[in-house]
Design a protein around this ligand. Structure first.
Ligand SMILES: Cc1ncc(COP(=O)(O)O)c(C=O)c1O
Length: 457
């Protein structure tokens, strides 16, 4: 396979281990294999582009030369010599040299997906987890100790908000100050030097679609020795917080990256030292709390990453088209691709080229009753989409954030986060044709106008 420049070390690994000693097994093969998998050199603009970086990541072939990688389904791994076990547990031999202990620790298939995630986000390393929430909670627990402090955006996914405001103070005495992430002075003032360990925010926030000025926030945090953790669930490909200076990028892979609304998964992307520390046998949050990704799930997801860029472009294209047309009809639309969105210019300056402005838009129907009627029309009368939480699916998904995924917040917290009772969050899908789906959306919109349930803006 030398001519392809791609590693096929999986093909020889099992027999190599069974027939030789652990210490001296085919080290030459390994050296050759490592040389073969060396990435091609990318131009700086390509390194910045997530699709180019992803395509340049090492491609794993299957055990029998299959174009797809094999699944390493084993929970545990053999050694040829008893001494090897001790060396693996002491950290002397690790996954970088193809030594694996147990799949709650590193697993080869999950590691391959994690390499793709690191390439996507431009970080040194990554590791995948059983859910987005486990990625978020594990990394926060890794970075903060009891008595530690977090400064976080007040517009966050409701589960993350509950984790920071209720669970972490009770369970481990880690407290959080919530601030408007667009108010940089407030961010600076909320940081308590020596005590604040993490600045946490979402690149594009759920559900209010506020855009974080990642480089500026990183500068503020880094000046005070604070680690920046960014949830990029709403904007994979669209934004690359790691390339803009963030230390750690977390994902709910359950959303756009999966794209199928059939898998719950997450990832922590960041420096190798952080990923390794999270797997430490004594102190590692991933190793000890154990939110392990199943390798069969890792395989499925690794098949979807190569077309993530194409999917995102279509989500974004349709979201911008519908947002523009709905606004023209007089509806109150929140979408960072529109000129009148307060963060439009920020996103424009930070976004990766040619992907768009995100696949989520919100329509403010002002009251929950109008919002319910609108969603009911869209699902049961015009078949435009489904009433369901989550996002990133090929069909459009709609939910009223205030009474669903942000219901963890009280009325005042929702008001501060920009979540009105009638806010309908729409994750725009790409099934059918754009015009076919627009006619379904338009039909529901005119029905809303006909019945005077919506006042024009
Ligand atoms: C922005 C954001 N982060 C994290 C999560 C949690 O991810 P998961 O459901 O995969 O645990 C969600 C889920 O809705 C989310 O919207």
């Amino acid at each position: 396979m030398a001519e392809t420049g791609i590693n096929r070390s999986n093909v020889v690994t099992p027999t190599r281990k069974r027939s030789g000693s652990d210490e001296n097994w085919d080290r030459d093969d390994l050296v050759v294999a490592k040389k073969q998998m060396k990435p091609l050199t990318l131009r700086p603009d390509q390194i910045q582009d997530p699709a180019s970086a992803l395509a340049n990541a090492r491609h794993e072939f299957g055990e029998h030369g299959g174009v797809n990688m094999s699944i390493e389904a084993s929970a545990t791994f053999t050694v040829m010599e008893p001494e090897t076990m001790r060396r693996m547990f002491s950290g002397e031999l690790g996954p970088d040299r193809d030594f694996f202990i147990y799949s709650r620790h590193f697993n080869p298939t999950v590691l391959n997906l994690s390499r793709q995630m690191a390439a996507l986000e431009g970080t040194e390393a990554a590791y995948c987890t059983a859910s987005g929430m486990s990625a978020i909670s594990s990394v926060l627990l890794q970075l903060c100790s009891s008595g530690g402090h977090v400064v976080a955006s007040r517009t966050l996914y409701g589960g993350t908000y509950a984790l920071l405001s209720h669970f972490m103070p009770r369970a481990c005495n880690i407290t959080t100050s919530f601030v408007d992430i667009r108010d940089h002075l407030a961010v600076k003032e909320a940081i308590v030097e020596g005590r604040t360990k993490v600045l946490y925010f979402e690149s594009i926030s759920n559900p209010a679609l506020k855009v974080a000025n990642v480089p500026e926030l990183c500068r503020i945090a880094h000046d005070k020795g604070v680690t920046v953790v960014v949830d990029n669930t709403f904007a994979p490909m669209v934004m690359s917080p790691g390339r803009l200076g963030a230390d750690v990028v977390v994902h709910s892979i359950s959303k756009f990256i999966s794209g199928g609304a059939d898998i719950i998964a997450g990832a922590v992307c960041g420096p190798a030292s952080l990923v390794n520390s999270m797997m430490d046998l004594q102190q590692g949050a991933l190793m000890l709390l154990g939110p392990t990704m199943n390798p069969k799930v890792a395989f499925e997801l690794s098949e979807r990453l190569p077309h993530l860029g194409l999917r995102i472009k279509e989500h974004c294209h349709r979201a911008l088209t519908y947002a523009t047309r709905m606004k023209k009809l007089g509806f109150k639309v929140i979408y960072p691709g529109l000129d009148d969105h307060p963060d439009h210019s920020t996103l424009k300056s930070l976004a990766n080229k040619d992907y768009g402005f995100g696949g989520i838009l919100c329509v403010d129907m002002e009251t929950e009753e109008r919002a319910n009627r609108f969603m009911n029309l869209l699902q049961n009368y015009t078949q435009f989409g489904f009433m369901a939480v989550s996002l990133g699916y090929y069909e459009t998904l709609m939910s009223i954030s205030g009474s669903s995924t942000s219901s963890e917040m009280n009325a005042q917290e929702k008001a501060l986060a920009g979540i009105s009772p009638g806010l309908v969050r729409m994750s725009i899908g790409y099934s059918g044709t754009l015009e076919q789906k627009w006619s379904q959306l338009e039909k529901a919109l005119s029905r809303m106008q006909d019945t005077n349930l919506f006042q024009k803006h």
